[in-house]
Design a protein around this ligand. Structure first.
Ligand code: NAD
Length: 331
């Protein structure tokens, strides 16, 4: 039985990856320090003998006994509301955490896939963004802690590939949504649905003309699965090219939820990207992958998930860390 380590296992994407690899017959080791994740996302896996879990900060040395075939490095705060609160941990997990995972891959002769992001393109001057575009990132802006950590992550991963010959894969993930997202993670989709469910007006930043392209989580997981099993070591965009302005998206959510509320406008946060759309030519050609779930379908499933949450989840406005130092991590 092949063994895979998934870091960030208790998070939104990590938990779906755990499900997928269990389903494919792998033995899965989840690792997470629970700083933005939630054990509820993987509690259904705990009874399985194919699943084990380590509560561990990957920015510290990682030890896994025995053999390991694959590593999926997904640990990292992912939404601005999180990484602006824990900027240093974000930089550390993208740099030191990635270095630890790469060292483990080298030691175990395992193949490693790292989760990069469309944020490496920053506020892009090329549209749509293909993998050959180098990006437009402000290193000292508020989002720099995330964007630059991910850019460093890619550089370090490539160095392990070229210098040490480690089998590496880099996925550049574009906005993904689906069940197990946190309602309070600050991203547009859960924010809009949360506001609609609470009967509040929907807040759009700027004039709402900035665009996003949303990919349903099952499509993303399929793309990642294919990339891991491919022999391609350059970065690959995985996302849904179906682009929409945030204003139109807010209108879609109002329609979906039957909300009676209106849309209100607030000032645009610093360095908010104006447009985002993946060019997925490479994923199509190399992995034979394209998204299959359209926004109407994906949103319906996601809305049902949010609606099924207990009432108190709706009231949580922002992430409250169990401990201000971030679960014992050094600042
Ligand atoms: P998430 O916050 O739900 O999950 C991240 C998980 O990593 C959490 O469970 C958190 O507790 C854990 N974690 C953070 N720091 C850690 C550390 N030092 N040690 C161990 N665990 C740690 O976020 P997500 O949306 O699931 O994102 C997962 C990965 O995918 C991230 O690397 C993110 O950058 C990347 N990504 C996500 C998206 C998206 O749309 N969701 C887009 C681009 C990239």
């Amino acid at each position: 039985m092949k063994k895979v380590l998934i870091t960030g296992a208790a998070g939104f994407l990590g938990s779906h990856l755990c499900d997928r690899f269990i389903k494919e017959g792998y033995s899965v080791i989840g690792m997470d320090n629970l700083i933005t994740g939630n054990l509820k996302n993987i509690e259904h896996l705990f009874p399985l003998k194919e699943f084990s879990f380590y509560h561990h900060d990957v920015s510290r040395f990682i030890h896994i006994p025995g053999e390991l075939d694959y590593i999926l490095h997904f640990a990292s705060p992912a939404s601005p509301i999180d990484y602006l609160k824990i900027p240093i941990q974000t930089l550390k997990v993208g740099s030191l955490g990635t270095h630890n995972c790469l060292g483990l891959a080298l030691n175990k002769k395992a193949r490693i896939l790292v989760a990069s992001t469309s944020e490496v393109y920053g506020d892009p001057l090329v549209h749509p963004q293909n993998e050959d575009y180098w990006g437009n990132v402000n290193p000292v802006g508020p989002r720099g802690v995330y964007d630059e950590a991910k850019r460093f992550q890619e550089a370090m991963t490539m160095a392990y590939h070229t210098y040490h010959g480690v089998e590496t894969r880099i996925v550049r993930i574009f906005n993904t949504y689906g069940p197990r997202m946190r309602l309070n993670d600050g991203r547009a989709l859960p924010a809009f649905i949360g506001q609609a469910l609470r009967g509040e007006d929907l807040t759009v930043f700027g004039d709402g003309s900035q665009t996003r392209s949303f990919c349903y989580v099952a499509d993303l997981v399929e793309g990642i699965y294919r990339l891991l099993l491919s022999d391609y070591s350059q970065p690959v965009n995985i996302g849904n090219p179906d682009e929409i302005s945030l204003l139109d998206f807010a209108k879609e959510i109002i329609q979906l939820t039957g909300s009676k509320q209106k849309i209100v406008f607030r000032p645009l946060p610093a360095d908010d990207p104006k447009q985002r759309q993946p060019d997925i030519t490479r994923a199509k050609e190399i992995l034979g992958w394209a998204p299959t779930i359209n926004r109407a379908e994906g949103l319906k499933i996601t809305y049902e998930y949010f609606r099924s949450l207990p009432e108190e989840e709706l009231k949580k406005e922002h992430l409250v860390f169990a401990n201000k130092k971030g679960n014992g991590m050094s600042k």
